[in-house]
Design a protein around this ligand. Structure first.
Ligand SMILES: Nc1ncnc2c1ncn2[C@@H]1O[C@H](COP(=O)(O)OP(=O)(O)OP(=O)(O)O)[C@@H](O)[C@H]1O
Ligand SMILES: [Mg+2]
Length: 259
């Protein structure tokens, strides 16, 4: 397995609470891995630790063979690891296209905006970005809304914009925190199609936190189950669905039994 992300013995303690405890797992190139578990299991905390929003109390995060433990998000994203947030995180007054553009700009060398004189390299970089923004608008179906302020988008489109901004940073791995939360059945299915396209056409690997079990079971090659900060199971969707410990701790709960 060509592992691109490797998390080893990751710990995070908030005061006396072990939000993440001894968590180890990996994601291979072009793989979709699900990270599931009940509310408060530590899924978002694990994302924050991997993407650099918070520093771990212990353990390591390795990405493409490089130790990125505790690195700031702005550095982590340059290595090709991007994330979306559980709550939609867009610049509400900027247009859809501008929001995607801002994501893409982070792939250019840091000094690009501070250079007084335009250079050939800078122009080429900006031309590439303009092309990529167009491609991403088309890919995500947000083309018709490109000039709409992001704050005025319907909720489902805002969630898609979060993904669009993430892929604009040219990641090899995208972490998605509940991308389908609050979407209706049809929107959820459409989101599933988008995630599949990201894997199949753009070659991305995805780490997916999601409570919509039908979506998780359909999309993921592998699933990691967290309960109270600890990994209690890992396996294929079929194995996870049949795992008695997972059913008892999570899948058997009334909220998820039929989803
Ligand atoms: N910054 C923080 N300070 C203190 N406690 C925190 C902090 N962030 C998270 N926690 C606690 O850590 C635990 C794990 O929270 P986390 O948000 O990671 O869960 P989750 O699995 O993402 O849940 P959900 O499915 O509801 O999003 C919870 O008990 C939460 O209250
Ligand atoms: Mg969460």
């Amino acid at each position: 397995m060509n592992e691109i992300l490797k998390v080893v013995q990751l710990d995070k303690t908030f005061g006396g609470l072990k939000a993440v405890s001894g968590l180890s797992f990996s994601v291979a190139a072009n793989e979709i891995v699900g990270l599931i578990g009940p509310n408060g299991a530590g899924k978002s905390t694990a994302f924050n630790l991997i993407s650099g929003s918070i520093a771990p109390s212990g353990g390591t995060v390795t990405f493409h063979g490089r130790d990125i433990t505790g690195q700031r998000p702005s550095r982590v994203v340059r290595h090709g690891l991007a994330r979306t947030f559980q709550s939609a995180s867009v610049y509400p007054r900027a247009t859809v296209a501008e929001n995607i553009y801002r994501g893409a700009i982070s792939t250019l060398p840091g000094s690009v905006w501070t250079q007084a004189l335009p250079s050939a390299g800078r122009r080429a970089g900006l031309a590439r970005i303009a092309r990529e923004v167009g491609e991403i608008l088309e890919l995500t179906g947000l083309g018709p809304y490109r000039d709409v302020p992001a704050g005025g988008l319907a909720y489902g489109h805002q969630k898609k914009l979060g993904v669009a901004i993430g892929i604009a940073t040219r990641p090899s791995l995208l972490l998605l925190d509940e991308p389908a939360a609050g979407l209706n059945g049809e929107e959820c299915a459409e989101f599933g199609r988008l995630l599949r396209v990201l894997r199949e056409q753009r070659g991305l690997a995805l780490l997916l936190v999601e409570h919509h079990m039908a979506l998780v079971m359909e999309l993921c090659q592998r699933i990691v189950v967290l309960v109270q900060g600890r990994k209690v199971a890992e396996g294929t969707p079929a194995a996870i669905r049949a795992n008695p410990a997972v059913i008892e701790a999570y899948l058997g709960a009334p909220d998820y039994a039929h989803s």
